[in-house]
Write a protein that binds this ligand. Structure first.
Ligand code: SF4
Length: 332
């Protein structure tokens, strides 16, 4: 059987040509058996342009009571979600978290805090810098990632000076609809400014978003395009886990076929980037997690998320070993 003409056209990505926003939007109409052809193309593109599979782990270093009203977030002080809340963890706890995953082979470790962000003089921010220094000393080959919200330019510079390898700052959705779909207590413009400041000081950027908030396909394509325009290095994609107590608690969980299609299109629009499945992998994909890796993802958060549990590092290691056999790189 022949390929769907829109997929056949998208094969140009394998030859190094760019998929336009309009072409990507056309692919969102693919359905049924054709989704597997789209996934297959995304797998070939990933295998050619982003063959390395990079798992990472994170620690929720400060939880909850956030002053912002992000609709999806269990940690917002606007919502009653009943999660465990705590102030910034002691450095020993953050370092112990790194030690645990380092000993299981993970080399990318992210420190994540709830809250709007930091200025360079904030005592909490200075404690995080000290903690990064200690991590660098104990694990010189560990990639330290940080996700601390909106930063001043000086704070961005200090993070670079203290060895931040990557910074996570998610657009979450179509930037043009951020206030409507995500939050109206802060502006997407400040987030983009933070990304630009960090890039200026050489920190690589992890920037993606969430599917299943009530956005449409056009919003998803706009987010993929915004990631491309910002030239981010990694794109973490989450699938909404509707959390009781948040305004999105009644949202349906996305179908695995729709998630697979979204990941595949993100891969075709960003062929060489690290595309990471962050939260929602186990819940949304159920028995189809492998489909996503075959559909373009080349990174994942392993060992649990911010406020929800995930698969263990060991379970994911076995999973990745099986998946490697579906790539041409495994043949060599
Ligand atoms: S700023 Fe961060 S921690 Fe606060 S509500 Fe938004 S996503 Fe949650």
């Amino acid at each position: 059987m022949r390929l769907h003409p829109d997929i056949e056209r998208a094969y140009k990505v394998l030859d190094g040509e760019e998929l336009s926003e309009a072409e990507a939007l056309t692919l969102t109409g693919i359905s049924g058996c054709d989704i597997l052809d789209l996934v297959s193309l995304a797998n070939k593109v990933r295998d050619k342009f982003a063959p390395e599979i990079v798992p990472c782990s994170i620690i929720n270093a400060k939880s909850g009571v956030c002053s912002q009203n992000c609709k999806f977030c269990a940690q917002s002080g606007f919502h009653s979600t009943g999660i465990e809340t705590y102030e910034l963890l002691e450095p020993e706890k953050i370092i112990a978290g790194a030690r645990a995953v380092y000993n299981q082979g993970v080399r990318t470790y992210g420190i994540v805090t709830s809250g709007l962000g930091y200025e360079e003089t904030d005592p909490e921010f200075l404690r995080i810098l000290e903690c990064m220094d200690a991590l660098k000393k104990e694990f010189p080959d560990l990639h330290i990632c940080v996700s601390l919200g909106i930063l001043t330019e000086n704070a961005a510079r200090l993070l670079a000076e203290h060895g931040a390898y990557r910074y996570n700052m998610n657009l979450q959705t179509n930037p043009e609809r951020y206030a409507e779909l995500i939050s109206d207590t802060h502006s997407i413009v400040k987030k983009i400014q933070t990304i630009r400041s960090l890039q200026k000081y050489g920190v690589t950027i992890c920037c993606g978003g969430i599917f299943g908030l009530g956005e449409n396909w056009n919003d998803r394509i706009k987010m993929a395009q915004a990631c491309r325009d910002l030239n981010v290095d990694g794109i973490p994609l989450n699938v909404l886990l509707p959390i009781p107590g948040t305004p999105l608690e009644k949202r349906p969980i996305m179908e695995p076929s729709e998630v697979a299609k979204a990941f595949a299109i993100f891969r075709l629009m960003n062929p060489a980037k690290m595309i990471k499945f962050a939260a929602g992998r186990e819940t949304a994909m159920k028995d189809f997690q492998g489909l996503l890796m075959l559909g373009g993802m080349n990174s994942m958060i392993t060992g649990g998320y911010l406020t929800t549990r995930g698969r263990s590092v060991e379970e994911d290691r076995v999973f990745l070993a099986h998946l490697a056999l579906f790539t041409d790189h495994a043949k060599h």
